[in-house]
Ligand binder design. Structure first.
Ligand SMILES: Cc1cc2nc3c(=O)[nH]c(=O)nc-3n(C[C@H](O)[C@H](O)[C@H](O)COP(=O)(O)OP(=O)(O)OC[C@H]3O[C@@H](n4cnc5c(N)ncnc54)[C@H](O)[C@@H]3O)c2cc1C
Length: 404
């Protein structure tokens, strides 16, 4: 049961049709099966196959490459629906979406022709890799290197961490230090498009030198794998530098930060989706469970919780859509994307915790969906920049825009 918290949703006909289609898919295919894949921590292959058939890997990829050519706003609406079902499913498409954004914005014609048609169908899926064992927030501190060999190829070495879709992806957009002496360091960083064999832990042949250690065991966000990646003499041809060697060398940091801006809208949409689901579960449970002779929903303290949850979901949704619409309109939206990510991820955690409380002891039982949401929600506070980092971004942008 999807609960409409607002009748006025401000959607175009296409947006309404596609979100209704995805909502139905989520209700029929994702929600009933999420518990199984979460419990087994196994990749939800049948669900992902159906998503390919629905075209969900190519939502923002232009039609000329076989995608739907839709905007960030519509994509955010889809992500909200998918996350309402299970945030791991949105994790399967998230890094893929960032990879396609990087190609569409910065890729050469050859790179677009080579990757986008296969990415639009989901035949190959993309991962996105900045983090390392010792570096997360402070991206300029990465240590993995790229060195040009005598034959013109680039040799990549170093360890990456927390790569979502690290094993199942066929292509990884990875940030490397190509000029260790550059000052400031970000000017010496390059994004390499590294191809690999999906689901293979040790790559051979053209992709030799890239291995994937066993997936990291996590408290939630199961089903979609998070892995390390070890580059050990991996050879990357110069034409696989994002944007080409001439234009792309030393541009990686700026390209990746640009992609994170749309990534933040995407994480915000995930926060709205999980918060919405927590509210739905709370609304249902509170009308079923009775204490002191009446449904707990009739106790004012519970109604206040529901009211706060619904209000915050709505605020987070509006801010997320505003950030997406600004980006689609070509306006600067770094501040709004940071605000949306900060608010929606915190709202996600807040609503899940309130819903958990409303479920009483049963919230602690694996028989109830809220138990999974409780393990899944905290990821959103961390991924694509923690809440502390969002506040830093917001503070900096505010001062830039209001300099006296
Ligand atoms: C499940 C999962 C999936 C992920 N997927 C990906 C992926 O696909 N690709 C990828 O590249 N990365 C991925 N990440 C990594 C993620 O982006 C980082 O974990 C995140 O950026 C935080 O970095 P960190 O863990 O190194 O924390 P740190 O940077 O070590 O921060 C630790 C704490 O210090 C705070 N802090 C840091 N600097 C400051 C400061 N200047 N002022 C105040 N507080 C500060 C942080 O907010 C945090 O609370 C994933 C992480 C997880 C958990």
């Amino acid at each position: 049961m999807a609960v409409e918290t607002a009748a006025f949703t401000e959607q175009t006909d296409i947006q309404r049709d596609i979100t209704e289609m995805v909502r139905q898919f989520v209700d029929e295919q994702i929600i009933p099966n999420a518990e199984h894949y979460d419990h087994e921590d196994s990749f939800p292959e049948p669900i992902v196959e159906q998503m390919k058939e629905l075209g969900l890997f190519g939502v923002t990829i232009p039609e000329e490459y076989g995608g739907m050519g839709l905007d960030l706003t519509t994509y955010a609406m889809i992500v909200e629906e998918l996350s309402r079902g299970w945030i791991s499913i949105s994790g399967v498409v998230n890094t893929h979406f960032i990879g396609s954004y990087l190609l569409m914005k910065f890729g050469t014609e050859e790179q677009k022709d080579h990757f986008l048609p296969k990415m639009a169908t989901g035949e190959i899926r993309a991962a996105f890799s900045l983090s390392e064992p010792e570096v997360g927030s402070d991206v300029q501190g990465i240590k993995a290197t790229a060195k040009k060999a005598d034959d013109g190829a680039w040799e990549l070495n170093g360890q990456k961490m927390w790569v979502t879709n690290g094993l199942g992806s066929g292509v990884v957009f990875v940030l490397m230090k190509s000029d260790p002496k550059a000052e400031p360091p970000y000017k010496g960083m390059t994004c390499f498009i590294t191809e690999k064999e999906p689901w293979k832990d040790v790559n051979e042949g053209d992709f030799a030198g890239l291995s994937v250690p066993p997936k990291i065991k996590k408290m939630g966000y199961k089903g979609v794998e998070s892995t390390e990646l070890v580059y050990d003499g991996y050879r990357c041809p110069p034409e696989r530098i994002l944007g080409g060697e001439e234009a792309g060398l030393g541009e990686g940091f700026i390209q990746m930060m640009d992609a994170l801006e749309v990534g933040r809208v995407n994480v915000a949409a995930r926060g709205v989706g999980i918060a919405q689901r927590a509210l739905e579960l709370a609304l249902r449970y509170s009308q079923e469970r009775k204490t002191f002779g009446k449904p707990i929903a009739q106790h004012q303290a519970i109604q206040f919780k529901l009211a706060d949850m619904a209000t915050q979901v709505e605020a987070a949704r509006l801010l997320t859509r505003k950030a997406a619409r600004m980006k689609d309109a070509g306006a600067r939206s770094d501040l709004e994307a940071g605000m949306a990510k900060l608010l929606a991820s915190e709202v996600g955690k807040f609503c899940v915790e309130e819903s958990f409380r409303i479920h009483g002891g049963y919230g602690y039982s694996k028989e109830y969906e809220i138990e999974r949401l409780y393990r899944d929600a905290p990821l959103l506070l961390i991924g694509e920049g923690t809440s502390e980092i969002q506040r830093m971004v917001i503070g900096k942008k505010l001062l830039q825009r209001h300099k006296i």
